[in-house]
Design a protein around this ligand. Structure first.
Ligand code: HEM
Length: 491
């Protein structure tokens, strides 16, 4: 718990806003299009800027008396923030809602949903992370390879030549199936989709502005529906945990491994609430991030025909139309560069949010206790001194540059670096290679608008026509409109 004892004002420069509705409007603008607003503010004020001059805004911190919001980017900032975990605390994603409404048994799941690693700091974070690590060890991740291949195959088999699909929807379905199978041991394609529906109802709704604005448990309101679904998911997951506890064996999924995890020194094991918290965070952090990384990569490939052709040459020559083995995944250098470059140009996770637990200096500014800081991964990965023509998608640049972890960090850095990075890279490589050897996805003329504070998504998805892989990569090139053109230069 961070108490704001100093009552000091935020002195970081920023735009002046009207005291009446200005702060709320500024917060809504930031939540609505954080990339556009922050790019403008960084340009005007430099690499450390307040969302509003004098503070008074609160986007993420669940604690009372947040002095204000600071946005920052650059390698030095990333190093300072990600290496001083005792100062820069992370907060559970549900904390904001729970603080407003912790008045009924129906809101109790907020105390553990999406808490997990996001809701612990300092020694507690180290202890929990150590318990989770074996589930993300290289050999354990590799054991998920055959499930990833099988699920990808089964989803690709369902596609019809000539049909138009929303790529984001397709990637979400795929990564969700992979996540539920590897995390909980449940393949939702086998239960008529009810588990998937429940997950969507809960995890898809947390950032909904209507829920944040009207957190009242009154029938008809979206918050009431969220609570209904949350209670149902809570009960379902507790049953799954109970069954696995009774079985007492490691059935190959993350959950059964976590049930058996025990701290070597203290003998501590995870309670049901802690298990639910960890699973929720791993599921949330691991499924939509990968789905969007895949979607943006497919979008960028659809607009860069030569790169798509070179990639297919590489895939064909190494894989000969077959799904990649674990060894072959290491023999696809262009695929690796394409994924890295895609996550640089359009970072799936654009921000690291933190709340400071003690007074500190960021850049040349003093920050009072309780200040919330958003570090821009997106902007850090576009510094022109390191990345020439930063707004262009140039996978070949990775043959010449070797930025440090603070200069390129789509998975963040420090002891809170993404625990699932290895999982994500394997999953993304498997899906892209299997999909592209079989199909060419042709962009349909439309507006593409990246939105989102936690995960950057195309607001209305991206429609593409499923064609057989005929190497006609020029088809569908050049018909993109929308705000994506402000962040990526497409010729
Ligand atoms: C392309 C896909 C992914 C991207 C871009 C990504 C990015 C990130 C980033 C930037 C963070 C740090 C957030 C912060 O500290 O504020 C993070 C943390 C985390 N990620 Fe990922 N992630 C991806 C996939 C995954 C997958 C597949 C999993 C699990 C299966 C996962 C699980 C986690 C967890 C549990 C954390 C919290 C770590 C901690 O606080 O110690 N992520 N991820």
């Amino acid at each position: 718990m961070i108490a704001n004892t100093t009552e000091r004002k935020l002195t970081v420069p920023g735009p002046s806003v009207s005291p009446l509705f200005g702060h709320i409007t500024q917060v809504l603008n930031f939540v609505g299009d954080s990339i556009r607003l922050s790019s403008r503010l960084f340009q005007e004020y430099g690499s450390v800027v307040a969302l509003a001059e004098g503070g008074g805004t609160n986007v993420y911190s669940p604690y009372p008396n947040c002095p204000g919001t600071v946005l920052a980017y650059g390698a030095d900032i990333v190093r300072d923030v990600t290496s001083q975990h005792d100062i820069y605390h992370k907060c559970p994603l549900t904390g904001h809602i729970y603080r407003k409404r912790n008045d009924s048994p129906r809101t109790q799941p907020f105390r553990h949903f999406l808490v997990g690693l996001f809701g612990v700091n300092g020694g507690e974070h180290r202890q929990h992370r150590q318990l989770l690590m074996p589930a993300f060890h290289k050999s354990r991740i590799e054991s998920y390879h055959s499930e990833m291949v099988a699920i990808t195959q089964s989803e690709l088999d369902k596609l019809q030549l000539g049909e138009v699909v929303d790529i984001l929807e397709l990637m979400r379905r795929l990564t969700m199936r992979i996540a539920t199978k590897t995390l909980f041991g449940i393949d939702f394609s086998e239960d008529g989709g009810s588990f998937a529906k429940l997950l969507k109802e809960v995890f898809g709704k947390f950032g909904d502005p209507a829920i944040l604005a009207l957190p009242f448990d009154i029938p008809g309101l979206p918050y009431h529906r969220l609570l209904n679904s949350m209670v149902k998911l809570d009960t379902t997951m507790r049953d799954v945990i109970q069954q696995k506890r009774e079985n007492g064996i490691d059935t190959g999924d993350v959950l059964s491994m976590l049930i058996q995890a025990r701290d070597a020194e203290t003998g501590m094991t995870l309670t049901d609430d802690e298990l639910l918290g960890h699973l929720g965070v791993i599921y949330f952090a691991g499924h939509d991030t990968s789905a969007n990384a895949l979607t943006w990569t497919l979008f960028l490939l659809s607009q860069h025909p030569q790169i798509a052709a070179d990639l297919l040459d590489e895939l064909d020559s190494v894989l000969h139309g077959e799904a990649p083995s674990i060894e072959q995944l290491q023999q696809l250098p262009l695929l690796e560069r394409i994924i890295k470059e895609s996550m640089r140009v359009i970072s799936p996770v654009p921000w690291n949010g933190r709340v400071i637990s003690q007074e500190t200096t960021l850049g040349s500014y003093e920050l009072p206790v309780g200040t919330e800081v958003f570090v821009s991964i997106y902007q850090t990965n576009r510094v022109p001194e390191i990345y020439s023509e930063p707004e262009r998608f140039i996978p070949q640049r990775w043959q010449q540059i070797q930025p440090s972890i603070y200069e390129y960090n789509p998975f963040s850095a420090g002891s809170r670096v993404c625990i699932g990075a290895g999982f994500a890279m394997m999953e993304i490589k498997i899906i892209l290679s299997m999909l592209l050897m079989r199909y060419r996805l042709q962009f349909i003329p439309q507006s593409v608008d990246p939105k989102g504070l936690i995960v950057l998504s195309p607001q209305n998805g991206i429609s593409m026509r499923v064609c057989k892989q005929d190497r006609e990569f020029n088809k569908g090139v050049g018909s993109v409109s929308g705000s994506v053109r402000e962040i990526v230069k497409l010729s």
